[in-house]
Design a protein around this ligand. Structure first.
Ligand SMILES: *Cc1c(COP(=O)(O)O)cnc(C)c1O
Length: 382
């Protein structure tokens, strides 16, 4: 019986070829041919005004926080059920993460609870598209407009996914993607910032290039380049971009395969859901999701712990997800709870993710049968 890991990075087979080509081009620093191809692909696929590769989604979020000029004490509304980078990027500017509860169906920021969290210090909303399923962006953009707020999408998990046919990451003023090896399209570490508001493009390029106007210099728009603003080094080298380009070229096929794995789980677990034994993910009708992950909601923490143990005994890797940020030491220190976060607290204890990676197809039947056996047996304490 072979081990089924929770994640296994997929390689298209063209990555090393592209890396050799980048080497051959003789430019290994950032913003070479492959970076340009990746940026252009992102712009064409999302309709974003400008896409800039970064070395991570974390870096893209940090750029966004600088770009919108957050000041110490400014507030950013976000879910507590997310990865630390959503909050950290803003905390680095001295901003206060304000945690709003999630929706019980999609586990995304509950747009109905956002307005109650707004204060005179609120500057931005950072929705996270959990599992590559879009937040209610119509409602969020309308709230932002009413209150003069910026929307920075944490679309780390959202590549190739849509909300009302609009690509995630390209709906807010800014959007951030991740190409970390646990995501759908990968380069080991990697990310991109989408600048959807044209007024922010010029400064984004400067912030990414250590606060210099180097990008304008290379386009011949200025005759020397110099230090003009704050910034840092956020661009990846060409080797990363070369790797990523191989993945982008197969992004449709990768997404299709992930979706069929996702669908197979979804069909297989319908009976257990009808029996009240678990809850499956909910995909709103107007969301085109990217099958980033497949999760189950079990009964309680003990049920989940027993499930993960039982799966592990069968050599199948299942894992829980976030410790809510408002429960984490740093979140308690600098964050603010806008409401009781009851859904966040409840669901974070009950959620478990199943293996989902390209190549799982051959083992998926065994995973499904094991889940069914574990959850229909009387062995679990529930
Ligand atoms: C993966 C992830 C990140 C961080 O992405 P990196 O590219 O590793 O920096 C941020 N937010 C969310 C929601 C993520 O899933």
């Amino acid at each position: 019986m072979s081990l089924v890991p929770f994640n296994k990075p997929y390689l298209t087979g063209k990555e090393l070829h592209n890396i050799a080509a980048a080497h051959g081009h003789g430019q290994l620093a950032g913003d070479g041919q492959f970076t340009r191809s990746c940026n252009l692909w992102l712009e064409q696929r999302t309709g974003s005004h400008k896409a800039l590769l970064t070395h991570s989604c974390t870096a893209a979020l940090e750029m966004a926080a600088i770009l919108v000029d957050l000041q110490p004490g400014d507030e950013v509304i976000m879910p507590s059920y997310t990865f630390v980078s959503t909050a950290n990027a803003f905390a680095l500017r001295g901003a206060v993460p304000v945690f709003v509860d999630i929706r019980p169906d999609t586990l995304n920021l509950d747009e109905r609870k956002i307005e109650a969290a707004i204060t005179p210090r609120t500057r931005a909303i950072a929705p996270v598209h959990y599992a590559g399923v879009g937040c209610d962006m119509d409602a969020i953009m309308a709230i932002a407009e009413r209150h003069g707020l910026l929307v920075i999408e944490d679309a780390a998990q959202g590549i190739m996914a849509t909300h009302r046919d609009r690509p995630l990451g390209a709906i807010g003023h800014l959007g951030a993607f991740s190409f970390h090896e646990t995501k759908n399209i990968i380069s080991g570490e990697g990310g991109a910032l989408l600048i959807n508001d044209p007024a922010l493009v010029e400064r984004a390029e400067i912030i990414r290039e250590k606060g210099t106007n180097r990008s304008q210099f290379f386009r011949g728009q200025v005759d020397k380049y110099t230090w003009v603003d704050i910034g840092s080094s956020y661009l990846p080298g060409e080797i990363i971009a070369a790797f990523l380009w191989a993945q982008m070229e197969e992004a449709d096929a990768i997404t299709d395969r992930r979706r069929s794995i996702w669908e197979r789980y979804h069909v297989a677990f319908e009976t257990l859901e009808r029996a009240g034994r678990l809850r499956r993910p909910v995909i709103p009708e107007h969301c085109g999701h990217n099958a980033h992950l497949y999760y189950l909601l079990l009964r309680d923490l003990d049920d989940r712990t027993a499930f993960i143990q039982a799966m592990k005994a069968e050599d199948i890797g299942c894992v829980f997800h976030y410790v809510p940020l408002h429960c984490a030491p740093q979140g308690k220190k600098i964050g603010r709870m806008a409401d009781d976060l009851a859904v966040t607290i409840d669901l974070s204890d009950r959620l478990v993710r199943l293996p989902l990676w390209l190549g799982l197809e051959e083992e998926q039947e065994r995973v499904i049968e094991t889940v069914q056996r574990v959850l229909s047996g009387g062995r679990l304490a529930c």
